[in-house]
Write a protein that binds this ligand. Structure first.
Ligand code: UD1
Length: 420
């Protein structure tokens, strides 16, 4: 297991380019099960989760060739309709194969994902939705087993605006007989990317980008190529890293409109932020101001930036309150930030950050993807040496984060597991 060694105190400066979106790629890759043929995806980040999804598809008979920031997928020879526990336990997004498999092949056996580092993450909406579309679904020995001759369009109202359930049900509905209406659908950019991709494959989707999707099922789809949208969370993480170090950076290859809430928070915290069509520049103040954040569905403040925002607030002037409304238990980073000198207390779904901390380097443990990013950010501001252990969590979702940070002047290096 690799670790990062960080010597804090360097101001980030310079330019970096944001890579392609992990969560968009993880939704689009399973969508290729919907039509036989060849697909080419570009702007694919080099990530463990992409490889895991690639392996899962390969286990079903799909040819997956991972190239330099690109993927070639061939779905001519799909011969298995199962997502085994070995894959799903590594990555919850594996559940995305459920909708496409049932819609196209009439059968899917997908392991239930179970819990995760930040608490329960149910998939009831995926299951209920597939059932409403006419599939018979049973749970057997930890597996969801779904069967259907052909799915039938229905009205589906999501009790919670779930990204995964929207994506899964959308992929199921595109080949159903008749019209499906999904209300309270997720509007996250990664879901909009999926809607656009499916449309390019021949799907008939009305209301793209809105919370009401009307999908007229078609008999067949065809392959299409796609370029992934930029990863808004990678962009946000780099901006947070610059902000905590008093730095000045310019990010290229990003989509500022996907980051409105975060950019507003950064401005309130005293950062000077400018944007163009595909770039964002940030100049941090000498000391950040305290600004609370409440996570919400898009376009609200992203839960995937909550931990990184908390890292910033530990050194900001004054107290702030950070409320998590998406995953009430997503505070595993707090005890580790406290080890670096932060003063944070948790009360149910909210954390109070006292602010004004003098962070001092220590050994800290990554517990999940975004928690790891918050520890790296805190380490960049901490005096002396910080070691962030178990960065495999971080590698699931950041494409060589340490290299990008080093290009921006950070003193951070990866130490391979066998070297320590
Ligand atoms: C996706 C993202 C993840 C992000 C999250 C919220 C991917 C691969 N992952 O996860 O990075 O943090 O969106 O923006 O894109 N829920 C239910 N029942 C369900 C499904 C979800 O109650 O069947 C609840 C969850 O417990 C949670 C909320 O809905 O409270 C949102 O979860 P959801 O949007 O589904 O997250 P994911 O798709 O798993």
């Amino acid at each position: 297991m690799d670790k990062f060694v960080i010597h804090g105190g360097s101001r980030l400066h310079g330019r970096a380019t944001v890579g392609g979106s992990k969560n968009a790629a993880l939704a689009l890759m399973p969508a290729t099960l919907l039509a036989s043929g060849n697909y080419t995806f570009s702007n694919i980040p080099d990530l463990k989760d992409i490889k895991t999804m690639g392996r899962l598809l390969e286990s079903m008979g799909v040819d997956v060739a991972i190239g330099a920031r690109a993927l070639r997928i061939n779905t001519f020879r799909v011969n298995s309709f199962e997502a085994p526990y070995e894959h799903v336990k590594k990555m919850r997004a594996s559940i995305y194969v459920l909708g496409p498999l049932v819609a196209r092949y009439g059968y899917a056996k997908v392991s239930l994902p179970g819990g995760c580092a930040w608490g329960p993450r149910p998939v009831n909406l995926h299951i209920e939705g597939i059932r409403k579309l006419g599939a018979t679904v049973r749970i057997d020995r930890g597996y969801i087993i779904a069967k259907a001759r052909r799915l039938k369009g229905r009205k589906l109202n999501l009790a919670v605006s779930s990204v995964g359930a929207t994506g899964n049900l959308l992929m199921a509905a595109v080949l159903a007989r008749g019209t499906t209406v999904i209300t309270n659908a997720a509007r996250e950019p990664e879901i909009v990317a999926l809607e656009k991709f499916l449309t390019r494959m021949g799907a008939r989707i009305h209301g793209t980008g809105t919370a009401r999707l009307e999908i007229e099922g078609v008999d067949a789809l065809h392959p299409a190529d796609e370029t992934m949208i930029p990863d808004r969370i990678e962009a946000g993480t780099l901006l947070a890293a610059a902000a905590i170090t008093g730095g000045r950076i310019r990010l290229g290859g990003c989509r500022p409109s996907h980051l409105r809430s975060l950019l507003t928070h950064l401005k309130r915290a005293g950062c000077t932020v400018e944007t163009g069509g595909d770039w964002i520049s940030l100049k941090a103040p000498a000391t950040l101001r305290a600004v609370g954040a409440t996570t919400g569905i898009y376009p609200g403040f992203p839960t995937d930036m909550q931990a990184q925002w908390m890292a910033l607030m530990t050194v900001a002037r004054g107290p702030s309150r950070i409320t998590e409304t998406i995953y009430f238990d997503r505070f595993k980073h707090v005890p580790e930030l406290v080890r670096l000198g932060a003063d944070v207390t948790i009360e149910q779904e909210a954390a109070t950050v006292r602010g004004g901390a003098t962070l001092v380097g220590a050994k800290v443990m990554s517990t999940d993807l975004r928690a790891s990013a918050s520890l790296v950010i805190a380490g960049l501001a901490a005096a002396g040496r910080t070691e962030v252990l178990r960065v495999y969590h971080l590698d699931r979702g950041y494409d060589h984060l340490e290299k990008k940070l080093r290009l921006l002047g950070a003193r951070i290096r990866r130490v391979a597991g066998r070297e320590y």
